[in-house]
Design a protein around this ligand. Structure first.
Ligand code: PGA
Length: 249
């Protein structure tokens, strides 16, 4: 199966900075054939990144959408507005769940909205530190999947990627041991198989995210059932990001 490497810039780079960084990425990052690399800038940067980005090498993604197509939602951006501009959208990120109080019902509606507009969702799931310490990772992730995918059909599921991101590993440098990632990845695949059947599961990409760096990327990509990576901090450094992309192929 092909690989998927996703760069989540979070709230970094003005449009001018994003433009300059895009040129660096074009020069320095060389995805192998079969590796899809998705750049997810803040909304304000999407136009400038889109203009400069080498579309042979990269796809573009958003970090969020609103679940409605239009309306009185001050400060929000809809999937309808982004249709045709981005190929992917990150949804259910733990920072959105925590700081913006997005619950599974909202996330499920956002996934449906993305699919309605031909945007492929990258759904993030993962347990917090206390849950990890109580060995609840698999349960938390399965509960999230069952709730977040409530509106998604077997025909649609193949458009989704699922990123397993232990919350305690995000932005902390405290990355998860591959041996701890494997059982959760297996639980994600088992859950999708139970909900949608074997054939559908084979179409779903499962990613790992949380303090991914050049020197640990290969270990996650070597795990059976892991198809790619969701990269935050290290995606803001073209040298580091190019090494991570190279680890994929
Ligand atoms: P990180 O972020 O690589 O900085 O840990 C990953 C993410 O939040 O997607």
């Amino acid at each position: 199966m092909s690989r998927l490497i996703v760069a989540n810039w979070k709230m970094h780079f003005s449009p001018a900075e994003a433009e300059a960084y895009t040129h660096k990425l074009n020069e320095m990052v060389s995805p192998a054939s079969g590796t899809e690399v998705v750049i997810c800038p803040p909304f304000i940067d999407i136009a400038s990144v889109s203009n400069g980005l080498d579309k042979q090498k990269f796809k573009l993604g958003a970090q969020n959408i609103h679940q409605a197509d239009e309306g009185a939602y001050t400060g929000e951006v809809s999937g309808a507005m982004l249709a045709g501009m981005v190929d992917y959208v990150i949804l259910g990120h733990s920072e959105r769940r925590t700081y913006f109080h997005e619950d599974d019902k909202v996330i499920s509606a956002k996934i449906a909205a993305a699919l309605r507009h031909g945007i492929k969702p990258i759904l993030c799931v993962g347990e917090n530190l206390v849950q990890f310490q109580h060995n609840l990772g698999r349960k938390v992730v399965v509960d999230q999947l069952e709730a977040d995918l409530a509106m998604i059909t077997a025909e649609e599921i193949g458009s989704l990627s699922i990123a397993y991101e232990p919350i305690w590993a995000i932005g902390t440098g405290n990355f998860a041991k591959p041996a701890n990632v494997q059982p959760v990845v297996d639980a994600i695949r088992d859950c999708i198989t139970q909900l949608y059947g074997r054939a559908a599961t084979d179409l779903v990409k499962v990613l790992y995210g949380g303090s991914v760096e050049a020197d640990n990327a290969g270990a996650y990509l070597a795990l059976p059932g892991v198809d790619g990576l969701l990269v935050g901090g290290a995606s803001l450094n073209a040298h580091k990001f190019s090494e991570i992309v190279s680890a994929a192929g």
